[in-house]
Design a protein around this ligand. Structure first.
Ligand code: DGY
Length: 334
């Protein structure tokens, strides 16, 4: 019987994916609820030809250099800013991710945060829990309207587009900023491409959906927040570091913007005593935009299938650096 390939899985993922890997490989599984430390990750990866990783695992060039036997890093996320893709490509390691399966669920959370922050839901819940609800009040917890408001979407990929589709049901006017302008998408989704400055000035809601990279790091800072309306709401379901956290704290505290709804933060996790947690006009949830039962099953299945496909010499459904496969197929003459 042929020996099964050694594979490392850096956290317990839903059985839908874990069972596929368990059956087909010699799986080493990190069972702690917290991520492995860098040293523990090294131990886990010893002799592994494949790794199923999470966004909390830093896969950089030195780590890849210590594990030259690795052929595939399959990330359990659509984002892959935790992986040095250039280094992986250079070393012939395939990097896979989980696009599409989480698009609707993630856009749904952006919309949820938009509504929760605009309508002061967490303040209302606290108000009731704290026993402050004594009567109906004409000026109690006044928020901002969503129906008919202007939504600015920064980053018009899959999730930004899905949010646009949802927002049309709320009769929102849609502005988009993206470095790539897709004229067919403008017609299909009823959006208008504008500059980032115009989007920030004109939107009642600004929702961030760009990938984190050198160009987008702290793209929303003090200057950008100052351009937004004092009645506006900022939503981030992308990555925490696309926003300058200190600038956001000041903008929320000084009333430069009305509120924020954050699925992601910088740092992450956010300590309980952080200003963003205590500010009443900031609604923070712990990076759960894709966290539904069905979507996490789909992510687990896709991440497992990607991993196994590369190990079997097949083309995975989602690969970030297809060059690696083209190169290895060329080298093997297939
Ligand atoms: C991702 O997929 O990149 C999310 O942040 C987690 O689902």
């Amino acid at each position: 019987m042929a020996t099964k390939p050694r594979v490392a899985v850096t956290r317990i993922i839903p059985d839908a994916g874990l069972d596929l890997i368990r059956d087909a490989t010699d799986m080493r599984l990190w069972k702690d609820p917290l991520p492995p430390s860098p040293a523990e990750l090294d131990d886990l990866l010893a002799d592994a030809v494949g790794a199923l990783t999470l966004l909390t695992d830093k896969i950089d060039d030195p780590l890849l250099a210590r594990h030259p036997q690795l052929r595939v890093v399959s990330n359990f996320a659509v984002g892959f800013d935790n992986v040095d893709v250039d280094a992986a490509t250079e070393r012939g390691v395939a990097v896979c991710n989980t696009p599409d399966v989480l698009t609707g669920t993630t856009a749904e959370m952006a919309f949820t945060l938009m509504m929760a922050a605009a309508r002061r839901v967490s303040e209302g819940v606290d108000y009731v829990r704290d026993g402050k609800w004594k009567t109906w009040g004409p000026t109690l917890l006044l928020g901002q309207d969503i129906v008919g408001a202007t939504l600015g979407i920064v980053g018009f990929g899959r999730i930004g587009r899905e949010l646009a589709r949802m927002a049309r049901g709320f009769n929102m006017k849609l502005l988009v900023y993206d470095t790539y302008i897709d004229p067919t998408a403008a017609d299909e989704f009823g959006v208008t491409y504008v500059s980032l400055g115009n989007l920030l000035q004109e939107s009642d809601f600004v929702s961030l959906h760009m990938a984190l990279n050198d160009d987008t790091y702290q793209m929303i800072g003090a200057d950008e927040l100052r351009m937004m309306k004092p009645t506006s709401v900022l939503v981030n379901a992308a990555r925490g570091p696309v926003v300058d956290t200190d600038a956001l704290v000041s903008a929320l505290r000084d009333g430069e913007i009305f509120a924020a709804g954050l699925d992601v933060t910088d740092p992450e996790p956010l300590p309980a005593d952080h200003s963003l947690v205590s500010l009443p006009n900031c609604t923070v949830v712990p990076h759960i935009a894709s966290a539904t039962v069905v979507t996490r099953d789909r992510m687990a299945t896709l991440a497992a299938r990607n991993l196994l496909a590369v190990l079997n010499g097949d083309t995975p459904e989602a690969i970030v650096n297809p060059k690696v496969l083209e190169r290895s197929q060329r080298d093997s003459g297939t």
